[in-house]
Design a protein around this ligand. Structure first.
Ligand code: DAV
Length: 376
């Protein structure tokens, strides 16, 4: 049996939802992170007015160091709560990579494990990813996955089919930086996303785990073919496609629709779940409340994500939640909802791949697979 990783409690992979008591987690690192070179899916996501348009290459070292300081501090805070924290092994992301089908000038990074690794029960599934620059990101997590596999005889280690990511996967209509918000919102309502359904494509962060039910955002980074694949891959689960037409750049569900405990979800008030998709929540007595407003008018410089990282919180048990320390309104709302709030300074890390939920990946939460939606 291989020696246990740092922290040394015996590794058990088990996590069925986003709220049960967290005992073991991965926290990302900012090292060598790049602004990736242009490619079809990425260009569709970078906001049209973003300072990042037209830029690519390694991020300034001073910003990497600041992000790492906040990531390290976040890891310490979690450890002080008795949670074992593991870290990925960054590789040099600033190098050209390719497959027989394509080549790109750089990769991205390993700050957001949530995007790449989907933990469902005893399984950790490596996502297909949907950007070429993120195709090899799983490599940063392999030392951990190899060790978990060695340490936990019950762990299931899986990788989804590697996608080809040829031009057939992307709609050429998106190859413009002048689409305009109005047209984008119309396309979102029609579910005309940048990714086609040519082959299964998904980022792990589009899946919201609620026991037996997996709610998966259909958007730029996850397509319907992936949901079909997931349903076959997790036959005991029920896969529900959801979409949020108010979001002109729909990637990842965790700044849009965030469960806090059984029966309670916060939903981005600008990206509301359509009425028809609310039925399952209503029928089963779940409450969906509007998330608080973000405290900031703009994201930090060179950041892909929106100001709604305010709601990208990490629930560490059904009574305790980590919220970014400057997000005063979100902290206040959590307090009113009955949570103990742990403020975590994190804005310097946002540009490297997201907020407090993005920057983590579940390994172990207590609890088992429950049916929270018996009325389907
Ligand atoms: O609102 O920009 C960010 C999600 C990152 N994982 C947003 C979505």
């Amino acid at each position: 049996m291989a020696k246990s990783l740092k922290g040394a409690s015996k590794t058990v992979v088990n996590s069925w939802n986003e709220w049960d008591p967290l005992k073991h987690v991965i926290v990302g690192r900012a090292d060598f992170c790049c602004i990736p070179a242009p490619e079809p899916a990425l260009d569709a996501k970078v906001p049209e007015d973003s300072d990042m348009r037209g830029m690519h290459g390694p991020r300034p070292q001073a910003t990497v160091e600041k992000a790492n300081a906040q990531l390290d501090n976040y890891a310490k805070i979690l450890e002080s709560r008795g949670i074992r924290v593991d870290r990925p092994t960054p590789i040099q992301w600033n190098r050209s990579v390719g497959t027989p089908d394509w080549q790109v000038d750089s990769m991205f990074g390993c700050m957001p494990p949530r995007d790449v690794l989907l933990t469902v029960g005893k399984e950790i599934l490596e996502a297909t990813m949907s950007y070429r620059c993120r195709w090899f990101e799983y490599l940063a997590y392999r030392p951990l996955l190899e060790a978990y596999f060695e340490d936990d005889p019950g762990m299931r280690w899986e990788a989804a089919p590697k996608p080809r990511l040829t031009d057939k996967d992307y709609r050429a209509d998106y190859l413009s930086d002048k689409i305009g918000i109005e047209k984008r919102l119309k396309w979102m309502a029609e579910k005309y996303f940048v990714t086609t359904d040519h082959e299964p494509l998904f980022d792990a962060a589009d899946t919201c785990r609620m026991g037996k039910d997996l709610f998966i955002q259909h958007g730029f980074t996850t397509n319907l073919k992936a949901m079909n694949w997931m349903q076959r891959h997790f036959p005991e689960h029920r896969v529900h496609p959801v979409n949020f037409p108010g979001d002109p750049y729909p990637i990842h569900i965790d700044a849009t629709f965030v469960p806090l405990r059984p029966g309670l979800i916060i939903n981005n008030p600008k990206r509301k779940l359509p009425e028809a998709q609310r039925k399952i929540f209503q029928k089963n007595g779940w409450e969906i409340v509007d998330a608080a407003q973000p405290a900031h008018k703009t994201p930090p410089p060179l950041c892909y994500s929106s100001v709604w990282l305010s709601m990208n919180c990490l629930v560490i048990d059904p009574k305790t939640v980590c919220v970014e320390a400057s997000e005063v309104y979100q902290m206040e709302q959590m307090d009113k909802l009955g949570f103990e709030v742990i403020p975590v300074p994190f804005r310097d890390a946002y540009a490297f791949g997201g907020g407090l939920h993005c920057a983590t990946g579940d390994v172990y939460r207590e609890g088992k697979c429950e049916d929270y939606f018996p009325k389907q």
